[in-house]
Each structure stands twice: as C-alpha cells, then as structure tokens.
Design a protein around this ligand. Sequence first.
Ligand SMILES: [Fe+2]
Ligand SMILES: [Fe+2]
Ligand SMILES: [Fe+2]
Length: 402
Amino acid sequence: MNELVSTIAYVLDVMSEGTNLYHSWRVSIFASQFAKAIAPDERKTIFYASLLHDIGYLALPEHITHYLFTLEDPSQNPIVLSHPIIGAELTSQIPNLSMIAKLILNHHEWYNGKGYPLGKQRNEIPLGSQVILLADQIDMLLRNESVRGIKAVEKEISAWSNERASADLIDAAIKVLRDEGLFDEVSDKEKIPVVFNRVRAETGQVDIPSSADAVGIACEVFSQLIDTKHPSMIGHSKRVSVYAMLIALAMNLSHDEITRAKWAALLHDVGKLGIARSLINKPGKLTPQEFDTVKIHAIYTRELLETITDFREISIIASSDHERYDGKGYPMGLKGDKIPIATRIISVADSFDAMTSKRTYRKAMSKEAACEEIERCAGSQFDPRIVKEAIPVLRNLPISLM
Ligand SMILES: [Fe+2]
Ligand SMILES: [Fe+2]
Ligand SMILES: [Fe+2]
C-alpha cells in the first residue's frame, strides 16, 4: 500500500507532463518536517496524505502547478474548487486510509475560515490539513519567480499568520526551514529526489495490512483515476472487468483465475494516465505517429504495476491486452498460449466495449455487429476457443450493463 501511494504520486507529478514537477514530493517533504516538529504522532499520516493531496486534480486538463493564479481565486474553476472533495472520495475507499481522506478533504481550508471547500476555521480544521496547506502554499511560493531566497519566503509566510494558518504553525515552520537547511535543499530541483527518499525513510511506513480485499479495492480506485483523467472513457475499465468476469465464469475457470481477470481488466488501461487527454479524446482518427504514442500506454501500464508488489503478478496480464493471438500485436508480439488466458479474455472484452461505446468520430456499434466483428477476428486477433465461449455471453448482455 505504501508503494501504491508513492506510485500514484508519481503518476500525478511525472506521467502527466513527461517531466517531474515535484509538487507532491516537495509538499510531502515540507509537511513531514513540519509534522515532526509539531505533530510527531501524526507524521506518517500527514506524509502519505501529502503525497496524494492533489489527486483530485486529475480531472483538470493540466498539472495543478499551472493554476497558480486560479488557486488564489478558486471560484474561477469548479474543478479547483472541488478537488479536495474528489480526492477524499477517491482515497476514502481504500481500507485504513480514511484518515488520509479527511486530511485531503480539508487541505485548502484557511485558519481564518476563508478557504474551501467548506469554509471551516481554526480548530475545525484537522492539524494535519493545516500542515499540508502550509507546505502546499510554500511549494507554490517557490514557483513564483518574484519570491527568491529564504528571507523573501519568510516575509511572505509571516503575513499568513492567523490567516492561512495559525501563528504557532507558521512560527514552527519558519524554524524548520531555517534550522535544517531544508530550504536550500528543496530549492535545488536536482536534490529533491535525494531529500524525498531520506524523508520518506525517516518518516516510516503506514501500517496497512495488505489483504485480497484491499488489492481489489485498489484496482477499483485505479480504474476511477483513469475515468477522472479521461472522461471520454468513463466506465470503460469497469465494464471490461464485468465482461471479462462473465466470460471467465462461462469458461468455468478457477476462482483465482476469475479474480485475476477481473482485477487485471480494471488495470488494463492504467498506462493511459500517462497519455495526453488531447490524444485520447481526439475527434477523428489518429495519425500513425499519434497512434504510436498511444501504444506506449501498454508499456506504461506494465512499468507502473511492476512497482507495486501486490500488483506484480497481474502486471503482465493487464499490460498484454493488445497482444494478438497470431503474434502480430504489441508491445511484445506474444503469440497463442504464450499470452495469459486472462489476457486473452480481456482482449475480447476490451474490443467489445470499445466497439459498443460511442466515440467522438463514430456512433456506438450494436451488440450484434460487435459480436460479428469479434467472430470475424477469431484465430487472428482473438483466441477462437475464447470467442466461442464469449459470444453467447456478450450477445445476450442486458442493456443496463453496457
Ligand atoms: Fe490542492
Ligand atoms: Fe497542492
Ligand atoms: Fe481498454
């Protein structure tokens, strides 16, 4: 679970831009050091909440650091205004992370009651959220060209005393920035990864027992992250997972095999978090070059999932759904039974959902037409044995599932 949180933070800051903007990392570094000084018992929770604090921003077209001025006046943008709520909703589903959800919900509340989304004030705001707010605002300050050097930063944050944060918290933060030389370290982009790893090790891990339950829920949350970033794909991963499960049941696979198919289906497009929305939503056909870029998502899916121990087993299943039965697929050109059986099922389910969903450049196909197309590709794109079992299931799907 600790790896999961770190991976999501990586997706937020790196994959969406192709270059690391270090927002989540730098906020976590500051927050962890401030927490060490004023809320040592909550340090771990605060650190992990900081890593995910802006997860709700996935709904914005660009990385959150591009909204410097909107942040001062969030009423300009409904997503900015609601990102703490979206973030709390996403994280609250993971067992034992509900405390993190609460800190995320309140991370833009100001001590004087002028923050958002709920306009809480003073002690109504959890201390951890106040710490994250201050860390976040300092990170934004450092991105502002006109504020240079520790003295200038001190002057700015002193002015927030009892406005954005309590005077006590601000005093403690200034002390930390001065004493530990932290300010110099995090002002140098090259040094941020080193400092981040040191602070993470020092902070320690949150105790989250990893159970089958938690892994399943984490898969669901990942599929919702894709929906949040790419609204044109809403519900796609979930539907593919349901179709894959129905096909696996029809084939009398074991419980473990069915579970793997379901989970891997939820994750099969995770790599699309790293693909620009303009490409995923492009009205009209992609150019060959654009198509090559979109294809990279299969590799991203594999790389992302491999960093999480609990997902390692399904990473290959989830990232191979563009392989073809005849070996002419991507990314590896696997052929026939070399492709895991759960993947061969997901490929059919994925194509069926893609065809029966509306696209910007075409209408949705009927179930019957999609089934005919799948039958036509049996033996080339798809495993013919799976097509034989899948067609009766897909042809009779109730509309409410689609
Ligand atoms: Fe935020
Ligand atoms: Fe932030
Ligand atoms: Fe897909």
